[in-house]
Ligand binder design. Sequence first.
Ligand code: ZN
Ligand code: ZN
Length: 85
Amino acid sequence: MVIGDHDEGEEEMMVAATKPVWLEGLMSETFFSSCGIHESRRKSEKNVFCLLCCLSVCPHCLPSHRSHPLLQRFESKVQNVNITI
Ligand SMILES: [Zn+2]
Ligand SMILES: [Zn+2]
């Protein structure tokens, strides 16, 4: 499943109607800020969002979320969001 900026009206309406909890969490999260736990480590940008925990995590936090549905944000210039389950 891929959520992009494409114009699939039906799909977007469904998302808006159900408004999943993780989406609200996603909206309120700031991506690419550094992880509070791993801020001293390199590459601690929180660029992955865990749909189960409803929080964004850095690559160092990722191992504990391996079994969770994850949504990965790539470079900020790329506007697409891919869900990798
Ligand atoms: Zn971390
Ligand atoms: Zn998680």
